[in-house]
Design a protein around this ligand. Structure first.
Ligand code: HEM
Length: 458
């Protein structure tokens, strides 16, 4: 998740020394608030970000909600939890989630069909897709179906409210002080929503512990894994460190809440923007559609299987190019643990906090000619040869990169493929205005026109 502050003074990171910083400042999304309280510096090369720890200051407002989960923890705790949680994203665990992604997309598309029949052809992608990603996550993390896409869910509403409140608080500098914030109506709402979300997670953990057999937990969970019904809570209950010590209930709650938070808005932003880019480029949209139709020809029901994911090369290029042009997380922050020498000889002293602009890196004109142009062929295997792996970092890089990257790419491919198979997307009259909050959003929502495709066109 992004470090939210991106002041004008922010120097964008680029894979090449000697960047035109003035240009990159112009290209960076507008600042959300004037200045962060600590020294900020810009990295000329993103290399050091792969080793330096995160700066916790920017994440403080999330702490009461997410506790010491992976995103916010540091040092030995993070190290040991990262190792314990990595198996949760193994492809054997992810594979069964394909059905969940398909089901959640089916529900969203049924809603779209219904809305179109009622004459509502303009839809806010962010609104619909965020609900869909939350629906999927709730099923993958807790095996819980709240039907949140069809009827209001208190829990889901609380997560949406918490995300919005954190973004709002970042913009109001006088509310950065806890004492003041919790006296305001927003602060009280934040407390209430936090309590609701924690109660939900605690209840699932307690229930799961109660139904676990007192003996042979490992065998019980392994049998569940074999039956492909393992959710993240099971994996968190199953995991043990080198000394055989498992996670406490509090740790499990923090990790589960972190997945719910980190996984929904980011993926929804990624999917909304790729639909926007394909709406603006009907020729690429059609080529993706043909690729999906070809793949699913003669198949009923039309479901994407795990092995199909590698058979959608053009669709994958379109997603990557969209993540370049519109990275869901625009900025991250790191603290230098040692003096860091930049390629041009300048030194960033130890202790300085650096903001690394993913947005700026992805718009560096010396690496990405005509950076504002949406061109999926930049990711053609022929064209990526020789490009630094740090030129494209939507999921960050190094040991603290996104642990949910495969989960997100899988969900985006499944949902995009099914969406293009069933709908044509067209741009709205008004151009969206980028709004970098915790993630890259759009002022007033990302509105597109959707046109259902008849069975013969699918
Ligand atoms: C398109 C979707 C996604 C994008 C663009 C994205 C991007 C990122 C980025 C840039 C970071 C680094 C943040 C930092 O250093 O401050 C990160 C970290 C993280 N992400 Fe994602 N993410 C996505 C989806 C997900 C999903 C689906 C999950 C979980 C289900 C997830 C879980 C996490 C966690 C737990 C971390 C913290 C990792 C650590 O510090 O060890 N993300 N993500």
């Amino acid at each position: 998740m992004a470090a939210p502050a991106a002041g004008r003074g922010l120097l964008a990171a680029g894979p090449r020394p000697g960047l035109d910083l003035h240009l990159l400042q112009q290209l960076s999304p507008p600042p959300m608030f004037p200045a962060a309280p600590k020294t900020q510096l810009v990295l000329g090369s993103p290399g050091p970000a792969t080793v330096a720890p995160k700066d916790v200051h920017f994440y403080d407002f999330l702490k009461p909600w997410l506790g010491d989960g992976l995103l916010l923890s540091a040092g030995d705790k993070w190290n040991s939890h990262r190792r314990m949680l990595t198996p949760a994203f193994h492809f054997n665990i992810l594979k069964p989630y394909m059905k969940i992604f398909t089901k959640s997309a089916d529900i969203m598309h049924a809603k779209w069909q219904h809305l179109v029949t009622e004459g509502h052809t303009h839809l806010d992608m962010f609104e619909h897709i965020s609900l869909m990603t939350l629906d999927s996550l709730q099923k993958c993390v807790f095996s819980f179906d709240s039907n949140c896409q069809e009827k209001p869910s208190e829990y889901i509403a609380a997560i949406l409210e918490l995300s919005a409140l954190v973004a709002k608080r970042h913009q109001q500098i006088f509310l950065h002080v806890d004492l003041l914030y919790y006296l305001t109506p927003d602060g009280r709402c934040f407390r209430r929503a936090c309590r609701l979300v924690h109660d939900f997670t605690d209840a699932v953990i307690q229930e799961r512990r109660r139904t676990l057999p007192s003996q042979g937990i490992d065998d019980f969970l392994k049998a569940k894994a074999k039956a492909k019904t393992l959710d993240f809570i099971d994996v968190l209950l199953l995991t043990k460190d080198e000394d055989g010590k498992g996670l406490s209930d509090e740790d499990i709650r923090a990790e589960a809440d972190t997945f719910m938070f980190e996984g929904h808005d980011t993926t929804a932003s990624g999917l909304s923007w790729v639909l926007y880019n394909l709406a603006k480029h009907p020729e690429y949209q059609e080529r993706c559609r043909q690729e999906v139709q070809e793949l699913l020809r003669d198949r009923e029901p039309k479901e994407i299987e795990w092995d199909d994911l590698a058979q959608l090369p053009f669709l994958t290029m379109c997603i990557k190019e969209s993540l370049r042009l519109h990275p869901p997380v625009t900025v991250i922050s790191r603290r230098c643990t040692q003096d860091t020498v930049l390629p041009d000889g300048r030194v960033i002293p130890k202790g300085v906090i650096c903001l690394i602009s993913i947005f700026g890196t992805h718009h560096n004109p010396s690496v990405w000619p005509d950076p504002e142009v949406y061109d999926p062929f930049r990711f053609d295997p022929e064209n990526i040869k020789g490009r630094s792996p740090l030129a494209f970092i939507p999921f960050s890089a190094g040991p603290r990169n996104c642990i949910g990257q495969s989960f997100a790419m899988t969900e985006m491919k499944v949902v995009l493929a099914l969406t293009l198979l069933r709908f044509r997307v067209l741009p709205d009259k008004e151009e969206p205005r980028r709004k970098p909050e915790l993630i890259l959003r759009v002022e007033g929502g990302l509105w597109l026109r959707v046109e259902p495709l008849g069975a013969s066109q699918q």
